[in-house]
Write a protein that binds this ligand. Structure first.
Ligand SMILES: [Zn+2]
Length: 161
C-alpha cells in the first residue's frame, strides 16, 4: 500500500506557495476568501477560523495558514501547518520542516488556476503543452516550464529527500 500524497488547503496570504505546490503536482485548494470575509463580518473571526479548519478536516487536507489563532484551535493539531514567513523561499523551508515535500512529484500536471489535472494536447507540434479540461486553456509552453523547472530543481535539491 502506498501512502497517499498530502493534499492542501491554502490561505490567501500563502497564495504563491500554493501555486508552486500545484506546479509541483500537489492537489492544492485555496480558501474561499469572500466567504471567510462574510463570516468574519457577520459572526466574528472565530467562526471564519472554525469554517477553515472544518473544511480542511472534511477534505483530508493540511491547512496552510499564516494565522496563529487557527493553529491554536482545538483539533488543529495534525491538520494546521502554520507558515509565518513573508518570503517564498522561507515559506518553502518552513513547510519542509513539517512534511517532506517532493518538488519533483509530478511537475506541470495540474492547472495552476483551478487545480484540475491536465490533459496532454494531441497536437504533435505543441508537445510541451497541456490542456485544462476545466478552464479550456493551454498551459506550459516550453520557455515557461524551463524557468519554472529550475526553481523546482533548486528546492528539490535543498529540501526534498
Ligand atoms: Zn483549469
Amino acid at each position: 500500500m502506498t501512502i497517499p500524497e498530502p493534499k492542501f488547503l491554502v490561505d490567501a496570504n500563502l497564495y504563491r506557495l500554493g501555486r508552486w505546490l500545484r506546479t509541483a503536482g500537489y492537489d492544492t485548494d485555496f480558501v474561499d476568501e469572500s466567504h471567510c470575509a462574510e463570516l468574519t463580518l457577520n459572526e466574528g473571526p472565530v467562526a471564519a477560523h472554525y469554517y477553515l479548519l472544518r473544511q480542511a478536516l472534511d477534505g483530508g487536507r493540511f491547512l496552510l495558514t499564516s494565522t496563529p489563532e487557527i493553529d491554536e484551535m482545538r483539533r488543529a493539531h495534525g491538520t494546521v501547518l502554520l507558515i509565518e514567513s513573508d518570503n517564498l523561499d522561507d515559506c518553502v523551508e518552513e513547510l519542509g520542516a513539517y512534511l517532506n515535500i517532493n518538488w519533483h512529484l509530478n511537475p506541470f500536471s495540474r492547472c495552476t488556476v483551478c487545480n484540475t489535472e491536465l490533459t496532454l494536447t494531441s497536437d504533435p507540434t505543441s508537445e510541451d503543452n497541456a490542456y485544462c479540461p476545466s478552464c479550456k486553456q493551454v498551459f506550459w509552453d516550453a520557455s515557461l516550464t524551463k524557468r519554472m523547472r529550475s526553481q523546482l530543481d533548486n528546492w528539490y535539491q535543498k529540501y526534498s529527500y
